[in-house]
Design a protein around this ligand. Structure first.
Ligand code: ADP
Length: 778
């Protein structure tokens, strides 16, 4: 066999070893190499067992080589022998080795990771646990490995944990992340976020669970603290809200109280005024009439104070809204001036507006409130100016798109305001002279209301003043330029190039007239006195460029306008010049008598630009024999409608909540020859209707407490079939259907705001016509 073994295996590259009874009997060259022997004598006869252990060969130098051993036993002449064949590692072993190695690397990585990590086997026994977990739970690695996973959770959680592991391994539990309380070895409680993943074998069977643990104890605590904090904050906020609400309620209560009080006072006051009006319509002795008129005037004065308070409390309670609509700023200012002109006239004040031709006129915005502010400022200016001028100047900055900011200033030559009082002027109830013996009346609310209104519109208000010289109050408001103003066609004017001589002792008036005249392409010369007028007319005639117009102020020191006019018209050389007399309200009736004789036309100051243009162009057309466009020459609105309804026995009630709109409508009605009572809202209107047999109620539609529609319906219900008072709606609602809405509420007619004198006059005419028609019906 020895021969045969050597013959058989010696050349084989595969190591082959034969032992008999455990002692090496033969080793081929490849085997010698494998065992690290230089000659066979180093192996032969030695026991084989220490050299081959499991899958390893222990070489002579003590190193090991992994091998795969195939052995079989056979009968030899010398007895039973075992043949061992050694093969190098197979590919599979290498792959397995690689997997194990990478697992080891992987594991080492995990062992160093800052995240707690362990693996359990299919029985739930911890097989691996990393350092971070040991630290986290306070156990040594040996304490954990070999223990059931549920042993290390918090004591109350063990059963749940055990069940969960079973469910997870059988695929019943899918949850991957959950929270669970744990217990450290020292007994401290932890809250951990558990991330679990199944370990699967080649065939996809679950053979264990990998688990990462995240300590969220602090986070949870922080969260809990955060929650507690935010709950506290919420409670505090609620408390604060409540306190604020109480404060608001108190403020609102105060405003509400003021509003209620004002209404409560208004209602009986309205009764007093209404009944006094009825009384004035009866036969009274002169003395009785005087008393009754004083009662009515005092009542009206009291109501206007109450109105201010009402308005102010409305603003304070945040209940005031700015109605925005398209308007002509120039007209609004002229309206205000016209309304206040009689007062200015009484004091002999010169009241003018400078509205440069390049300043836009048509805007969209809170016209009603602008008018209110302006009325306050101009009324104050008149009140605090014993002599001189009150000049309103308008400027406008235009910005991007249609945005503009109008600046309106009211300058007076009055008493002025001391520097130290300027700061508090816009506070409520603030007056420079607050003493009981003060010269000027008032509530000290006007400027406070103005400031609030201007700020509500997004503007600013201010004042400059020098005591003894005068004050300039100004305000700015953002407005939107009206790109498509509704233009009322005016008369065509072919005045370009015509010459006018302006005669006025007041420098500001001359400037304003010059600006207006120049804006129509006319030429002008200004004179400060009457003395040089005749000479100037002669001179112009001689030079071949005569004046076509003289604009003459009626009241001038030295020679008055009437005498001068008469002198001009008596002089054949110059009498063909058109003489336009400008006069104050107080002197208008005198001037009117001169018309057709020494005067061609007359205008009441402050002159509206549109009226001046119309008067000039109509006078010119008449003179040149051309058909005058539009209506025949008149003195403008005021003159035309003056006293038209005096004696018509029309008793109007005005229902309007806005103080200024009340004033405007009242003045217009006054001009038409009517004296109206005023109701501040729908409820008051209904009360007044019950007391006084009105012929017409002008009804604002948007009013507090009861709006115009509600009031109209209530009045119709009260009337039944017996009476029928005319109700004319006045509304800023420019929407289509507004008219239908009014008629549906039982109103008879409708006029749009801002109300114009001619609209009011026409509406009144229709009231009278309806009354006459009703009287004729059987
Ligand atoms: P009232 O005029 O009702 O007193 P306002 O709020 O309108 O209330 O005005 C407050 C005060 O400001 C006035 O009492 C007056 O002392 C002062 N004031 C207002 N306008 C002028 C002005 N144009 N010239 C001088 N003082 C003025």
């Amino acid at each position: 066999m020895q021969l045969s073994c050597a013959a058989l295996f010696e050349p084989s590259p595969v190591p082959v070893l034969v032992h008999r009874g455990g002692a090496v009997h033969y080793a081929n060259a490849a085997a010698l190499q494998l065992f690290g022997a230089s000659s066979s004598s180093q192996l032969l006869g030695n026991p084989v067992a220490p050299r081959t252990q499991g899958g390893k060969v222990v070489r002579l130098d003590g190193t090991t080589v992994e091998v795969e051993v195939t052995e079989w036993t056979f009968e030899d002449a010398g007895g039973p022998s075992t043949l061992m064949m050694f093969a190098g590692l197979t590919a599979r072993r290498r792959a397995e080795e690689a997997v194990r190695e990478s697992e080891e690397r992987f594991w080492r990585l995990f062992d160093d990771a800052p995240v707690a990590y362990h693996e359990i086997d299919a029985q739930g026994i911890i097989r691996r646990v990393n350092r971070a977990e040991c630290e986290l739970l306070g156990f040594a690695r040996e304490d954990l490995i070999g223990r059931a996973a549920w042993d290390v959770v918090a004591s109350g959680q063990r059963d749940v944990s055990r069940a969960r592991v079973a469910a997870k391994l059988t695929g019943k539990e899918k949850l991957v992340v959950f929270e669970r309380p744990y217990e450290r070895r020292d007994g401290t409680q932890l809250l951990l976020e558990v991330h679990e993943n199944l370990i699967l074998d080649d065939r996809g069977n679950a053979v264990g669970i990998r688990t990462a643990l995240l300590n969220i104890t602090d986070k949870k605590q922080a969260e809990d603290q955060m929650k507690a904090f935010s709950a506290e904050l919420q409670a505090k906020n609620l408390e604060l809200d409540r306190a604020l609400k109480v404060a608001h309620e108190a403020a609102e209560l105060k405003s509400q109280f003021l509003a209620n009080m004002s209404h409560e006072i208004r209602t009986p006051m309205n009764g007093v005024i209404g009944m006094t009006g009825l009384l004035l319509d009866t036969d009274l002795t002169g003395e009785q009439r005087d008393y009754a008129e004083t009662v009515r005037r005092s009542g009206e004065a009291l109501l206007s104070v109450i109105n201010d308070i009402l308005d102010f409390s409305k603003i304070e309670a945040g209940k005031l809204q700015i109605e925005s609509y398209a308007f002509d700023l120039h007209l609004v200012i002229e309206d205000v001036l016209e309304m206040l002109a009689p007062k200015a006239d009484d004091q002999n004040l010169n009241l003018v507006v400078e509205y440069p031709g390049n300043v836009p006129r048509h805007f969209i915005g809170g016209a009603g409130r602008i008018r209110q502010v302006l009325t306050n400022l101009v009324a104050n200016a008149i009140k605090f100016t014993p002599e001189g001028n009150v000049v309103i100047v308008v400027a406008c900055e235009t910005g991007a798109g249609q945005h503009a900011r109008a600046r309106i200033s009211v300058a007076d030559s009055g008493v002025g305001i001391p520097q130290d009082k300027l700061g508090s002027l816009f506070e409520k109830f603030s007056q420079v002279d607050g003493s009981a013996t003060r010269r000027y009346g008032g509530t000290g609310l006007g400027l406070a209301i103005s400031k609030q209104l201007v700020e509500l519109m997004g503007g600013t208000i201010g004042v400059d003043s020098t005591p003894g010289q005068g004050s300039t109050f100004w305000f700015t408001v953002p407005l939107v330029l009206d790109a498509e103003p509704l233009l009322i066609p005016g008369p065509m004017h072919e005045l370009g190039g015509l010459r006018a001589l302006i005669v006025d002792d007041n420098e500001i008036n001359r400037r304003v007239l010059h600006q207006q005249i120049a804006s129509w392409g006319m030429r002008d010369t200004c004179l400060a006195g009457a003395e040089q007028v005749v000479a100037a007319l002669y001179e112009a005639r001689r030079s071949g460029d005569p004046y076509q117009f003289v604009l003459l102020d009626y009241q001038m020191p030295g020679m008055d306008g009437a005498t001068l006019a008469a002198a001009i018209k008596a002089d054949p050389e110059i009498q063909d010049v058109l003489l336009i007399m400008l006069t104050s309200v107080g002197h208008w009736s005198e001037v009117r008598h001169m018309e057709g004789a020494s005067v061609d036309a007359s205008l009441v100051k402050p002159v509206r630009q549109s009226q001046l243009l119309k008067t000039l162009s109509i006078s010119w057309s008449k003179k040149t024999g051309r058909e005058a466009p539009g209506k025949p020459a008149d003195q403008g609105q005021r003159a035309k409608f003056h006293g038209r309804f005096t004696g018509a026995h029309v008793r109007p009630l005005l229902a309007e909540d806005n103080v200024v709109n009340q004033k405007v409508a009242l003045r217009m009605l006054e001009r038409l020859g009517l004296r109206a009572d005023v109701a501040g809202n729908g409820r008051e209107a209904v009360e007044m209707f019950k007391l006084v047999p009105y012929d017409v109620i002008f009804m604002d539609c948007q009013m507090p407490e009861l709006d115009g529609y509600g009031a109209a319906r209530a009045i119709r219900r009260l009337e039944g079939g017996e009476r029928h008072v005319s109700i004319v709606a006045m509304t800023a609602e420019a929407m289509t259907g507004a008219r239908e809405h009014c008629l549906a509420a039982g109103m008879d007619d409708y006029i749009a705001k801002p109300v114009k004198l001619e609209d009011l006059a026409e509406a009144l005419q229709r009231v009278i016509d309806r009354r006459a028609a009703a009287a004729q019906r059987p």
